[in-house]
Design a protein around this ligand. Structure first.
Ligand code: AMP
Length: 550
């Protein structure tokens, strides 16, 4: 496939708003692709170069890209940035600039989809002192052969923000349609392999190939997530339920094969280097090849420490040994996804639990199974008394559903007035805070879209403002006066006194006394609060106000 044909497909997809039409279009393209092109197309159309399980980054920062674009267009980097600010979209800016340039350039080597992908993979692998320079040259080479339309999508892919509206679900349904296989089968293979490219290759072979997929060690699987709910509802619906403490630490996935082991964070980043103590503990507790799911907490004097202590350890790159001595970490394992070559996720929880207990000698999170509300309530109060966050209730017959926030896992914790929200913009600070952002625009999500909800300007220490500035400064995509807009990436936990109906923000609500609580860089944009759940909170708040007045 020529990269130009890929770019044209992207352009068409961008012009389609209906999901079914998108699926139709993608499903007509897939059967025309060679086995080599198929996985590349399926990844790139979602803006991904690497499989979903991989946390490898392309490592082309906006600055490097702007410099390469400036070189190609024969203008200064500052002028590139100005152009991007004018158009509000890097892709459009590059298309315009290459369009102006093509009048003076006569030579084009046609770009090929697979070759472009290979070059991007090679760019990602460049390391060391000279790598920035090498990357710059490679990006220039690619852009130098790009027609304006190709440049538009290439630039967006390079910044890992393709955003043409193609989600994982659309790709799944397009594969099912193109190769006449059951969509649920494709979904299951995607959950186990966490790589839509590889799943496309199997779907083309046929349903048997999809049915036979196994989880691969060192290709992390997405974590199963929880919803809010109540003990009474769960017992009414399921009878006996399983309850575990809800540990307030950081989620991990432990992979071990032979004497090789890695640890992955909730966002599937490889955190092995930062947590040698946890690896040692788990290696000492099993001789089997396993993939385990759990939560690691920090302990001091027998009591759990605040979650930040754990997060700090997850982020640690230097002086790991000192940190290991300062804070004792303890893993709590509650699930097993793979055992000695066999995938466990389709087994019911009770079965998985039996396997877990038979292969792990320590660190298993205790579990109470009961249909008696009083017994589960007692587990809940015990959990709070021991300093944990609450409990998790799980349906004993349920499979492990990677990446799903379903009703098979329910979290019970005291209702706290905080929301996890995406940071989408900011305003520069004033006075002694003029060198960093001072106030932030935060958003919730509604069916995949980010909806502005509030501004947050209080609750930050100077150190926190500096840290947040460092994390955000390279993600600016537009500027206007003192305001900047970010390519969303960061999640804040925001506290508030009350939810108010308001037309100031698109969400239709505003937060009264919003304040920054903490950075949630263990969370992804997909984890932030939904508009629906905010509506639910608003209703509950109104009901309790009514009850209070009565
Ligand atoms: P939340 O982050 O509030 O949506 O709660 C879900 C998170 O609780 C999971 O992603 C885990 O990191 C954490 N957690 C703590 N204890 C457990 C447990 N026993 N089972 C599952 N998740 C747990």
């Amino acid at each position: 496939m020529l990269f130009m044909d890929f770019a044209k497909t992207c352009e068409k997809l961008e012009g389609i708003s209906g999901r079914l039409d998108m699926i139709d279009l993608i499903s007509t393209v897939l059967p025309t692709l060679s086995p080599e092109e198929l996985p590349v197309f399926v990844r790139l159309v979602r803006g991904r170069i690497f499989p979903d399980w991989s946390s490898q980054k392309l490592g082309i920062g906006p600055n490097l890209l702007y410099e390469a674009i400036g070189y190609m267009a024969g203008i200064k980097k500052e002028q590139v940035i100005e152009k991007i600010n004018q158009t509000g979209d890097i892709g459009q800016a590059v298309e315009d600039l290459l369009g102006e340039k093509s009048m003076t350039t006569f030579f084009h080597e046609d770009l090929d989809l697979v070759r472009v992908d290979r070059e991007l993979v090679a760019i990602a692998a460049m390391e060391g002192k000279k790598s920035q320079r090498e990357k710059l040259l490679a990006v220039r080479r690619l852009l130098g052969n790009a027609h304006p339309l190709e440049g538009r999508y290439l630039a967006r892919i390079m910044l890992e923000e393709l955003r043409i509206g193609v989600g994982e679900g659309s790709v799944r349904d397009a594969m099912a349609k193109a190769f006449a296989v059951d969509s649920a089968l494709v979904e299951h293979a995607m959950q186990a392999l966490n790589d839509s490219g590889e799943v496309a290759r199997l779907a083309k072979i046929g349903p048997e190939a999809l049915r036979e997929v196994q989880i691969t060690p060192f290709h992390p699987v997405r974590m199963m997530l929880a919803q809010q709910g109540s003990i009474a509802d769960m017992i009414e619906e399921h009878g006996a339920i399983a309850a575990e403490y809800k540990y307030d630490g950081s989620r991990f996935q432990f992979h071990k094969k032979g004497n090789w082991a890695r640890l992955y964070s909730r966002r599937l980043e490889d955190v092995t280097g930062a947590l040698p103590d946890v690896i040692q503990q788990l290696l000492g507790a099993t001789d089997h090849d396993v993939i385990l799911d759990g939560e690691v907490i920090a302990i001091k004097d027998g009591k759990p420490m605040p979650f930040q202590s754990v997060l700090r350890r997850f982020r640690r790159r230097h002086d790991v040994a000192e940190a290991t001595e300062a804070i004792e970490l303890v893993p709590n394992v509650f699930d097993i996804l793979w055992l000695d070559g066999e995938t466990m996720i389709d087994l019911p929880l009770t079965e998985r639990r039996k396997r877990l207990e038979s292969v792990l000698t320590m660190y298993i999170a205790p579990q109470v199974v009961s249909g008696d509300a009083a017994e589960i309530e007692k587990t809940y109060t015990d959990a709070l008394a021991a300093g944990h966050e609450g409990i998790m209730i799980k349906v004993p017959t349920s499979p492990y559903s990677p990446g799903q926030r379903g009703k098979n896992w329910i979290k019970i914790k005291p209702e706290v007035d905080t929301l996890d929200l995406a940071v989408i913009g900011a305003e520069w600070g004033e006075g002694k805070r003029a060198h960093a952002y001072g106030s932030f625009l935060v958003a919730c999500q509604d069916e995949g879209k980010l909806i502005p909800l509030s501004r947050v300007a209080t609750g930050f220490s100077d150190e926190q403002l500096a840290e947040v500035y460092g994390l955000l400064k390279d993600t600016v995509i537009a500027k206007s006066g003192k305001e900047v807009t970010f390519e969303p990436s960061l999640v804040f936990e925001v506290g508030y006194a009350e939810l108010q109906a308001s037309t100031n923000y698109d969400a239709g609500f505003a937060l009264r006394f919003p304040r920054f609580i903490r950075l949630r860089d263990d969370k992804d944009l997909t984890d932030i609060e939904t508009l629906d759940s905010i509506r639910g909170r608003y209703k509950r708040q109104a009901n309790s106000a009514q009850a209070y007045k009565a």
